[in-house]
Write a new protein. Structure first.
Length: 125
């Protein structure tokens, strides 16, 4: 899968999660304001990812920023898990979405690595 497709999928997941977090009345025993504002943050992030995804060759610095942001999201999710008092559904939700974001970050990391190698080979010719 190309970096463009992964970024586009990540942008889509950000929009969908943003909608869920901003509109969902929580049954997860998680702070409502935390969910709302976390959801609001995802919309501009999704736009950034979508802009990167539309580029012929997304800039590596932009992709690295996305990877770092995804890693920060995973760490923040784990912090919420430890600091808040979620119920079983909340624990499942936090762990599942953190795992998905971690997998997206890993896919982006691998794809940007392939892109860098491809560019280096092209320049060596």
């Amino acid at each position: 899968m190309t970096i463009n497709k992964i970024l586009a999928f990540d942008a889509l997941t950000c929009v969908l999660m943003g909608i869920v977090l901003t509109l969902w009345e929580t049954a997860l025993a998680l702070p409502r304001d935390l969910l709302f504002y976390a959801g609001c943050v995802l919309f501009p992030i999704a736009i950034f990812m979508a802009v990167l995804a539309r580029q012929d060759r997304p800039r590596s610095a932009g992709v690295w920023l996305v990877v770092a942001g995804n890693a920060a999201w995973v760490l923040a999710s784990l912090a919420v898990l430890l600091l808040a008092d979620p119920n079983r559904w909340g624990v499942g939700f936090l762990v599942a979405q953190a795992l998905i974001v971690a997998l997206l970050a890993l896919a982006e990391l691998k794809a940007v690595g392939r892109q860098v190698v491809s560019l280096a080979k092209a320049r060596a010719r």
